[in-house]
Design a protein around this ligand. Structure first.
Ligand SMILES: C=C1C[C@]23C[C@@]1(O)CC[C@H]2[C@@]12CC[C@H](O)[C@@](C)(C(=O)O1)[C@H]2[C@@H]3C(=O)O
Ligand SMILES: O=C(O)CCC(=O)C(=O)O
Ligand SMILES: [Fe+2]
Length: 326
């Protein structure tokens, strides 16, 4: 209590019960992307959890490590230098404020626009050439992984057209975003049994999110019964989650997973996430191949542009898909 009163830095950041060892997710689906069983395993994980760990993805450790060190270097700059790369909206550096509707978290981040397979030319940040090069190399690689995973999803769903889903992120004008998050250690709450919220609970609005983090845990997902479980970190793996738009395209078969990040009291967490979204004009409605005889869409019809606008006008934790239910 005393600590909270004397640490204004954590004021306005919601608190969460600190994770305990028993909270770890023991049933985590682990998919080997190089295995012939990957399509079925991916579809199964997306149906049960909307989330899985991906190994043997083919992205060199160097590509991931280079971006991580450049990100650490950027976040170590004096605050005034980082603020020159802000504000975060539409793209740039942000600290503690998430979105424009009052959400707060114990983090700082860069939100970046992606064109095709690299940073958008119009994206002013980051100005450092080494950081930009590391970002471009990583984005090209992670995007290929996202495409392979979406191809496997289509196959796992029994859809004949291999690009039925992946084609939406490779299409001209697809809306892809890249985010680098830094959660500094929150020393003030150490030993108090509670932790600062790093990134509050939410679902991702896009089709797919592909996340890589350093060795610091903090990510949690909600299971279908509402229980929160901690995801053990693995710096060599990717963690893939289904977004709202993919839930709709599969008429609810794949689940858009609710997730959040709990800040660590001792260690920094650095995560980098590729969000694959379709073009603004893309209609988001169940794929006809997935609708059984007489099966109706569970959702109202909308375009990605309409859904994104509504999402960005909502609070982080709002159940956006519930409002799109018929
Ligand atoms: C509070 C918000 C932040 C967010 C836009 C929103 O209004 C609701 C969705 C949030 C989210 C979650 C996934 C991604 O991190 C993100 C970039 C996105 O596309 O939707 C964020 C948005 C954000 O940080 O601007
Ligand atoms: O930083 C993380 O580990 C997850 C963050 C997240 O869910 C997001 O940026 O949408
Ligand atoms: Fe997220």
């Amino acid at each position: 209590m005393v600590v909270l009163a004397s640490t204004p830095a954590v004021d306005h950041i919601p608190l969460l019960r600190s994770p305990v060892p028993g909270d770890y997710f023991s049933g985590m689906p682990v998919v080997d992307l190089s295995s012939p069983g990957a399509p079925r395993a991916i579809a199964d994980a997306c149906e049960r959890f909307g989330f899985f760990k991906l190994v043997n993805h083919g992205v060199p450790a160097d590509t991931m490590d280079r971006l991580e060190s450049e990100a650490v270097r950027f976040f170590s700059l004096p605050q005034a230098d980082k603020d020159r790369s802000g504000p975060a909206y539409p793209f740039g550096y942000g600290s503690k404020r998430i979105g424009l509707n009052g959400d707060m978290g114990w983090l700082e981040y860069l939100l970046l626009a992606v064109d095709s397979a690299s940073l958008s030319g119009a994206c002013a940040v980051p100005s450092c050439a080494l950081f930009r090069a590391a970002l471009n190399e990583y984005i090209a690689a992670v995007r290929k992984v996202a495409v392979r995973v979406m191809e496997a999803m289509a196959e796992g769903l029994g859809i004949a057209a291999v690009d039925a889903l992946s084609g939406m992120v490779t299409a001209e004008g697809s809306d892809q975003v890249f985010r680098v998050n830094h959660y500094p250690p929150c020393h003030a709450l150490q030993g108090l049994g509670c932790s600062a919220t790093g990134f509050g609970e939410h679902t991702d609005p896009q089709l797919i999110s592909v996340l890589r983090s350093n060795g610091t845990s903090g990510l949690q997902i909600a299971l279908q019964d509402g229980q929160w479980v901690s995801v053990p970190s693995d710096r060599d793996a990717f963690f893939v989650n289904v977004g709202d738009s993919l839930q709709v395209l599969t008429n609810g078969r794949f689940k858009s997973v609710k997730h959040r990040v709990v800040a660590n009291s001792l260690k920094s967490r650095v995560s980098m996430i590729y969000f694959g979204g379709p073009a603004m004009t893309q209609r988001i409605a169940p794929l006809p191949q997935l609708l059984g005889a007489g099966e109706q869409s569970l959702y109202k019809d909308f375009t990605w542009g309409e859904y994104k606008k509504a999402a960005y006008n909502s609070r982080l934790g709002d159940n956006r898909l519930a409002q799109s239910h018929r």
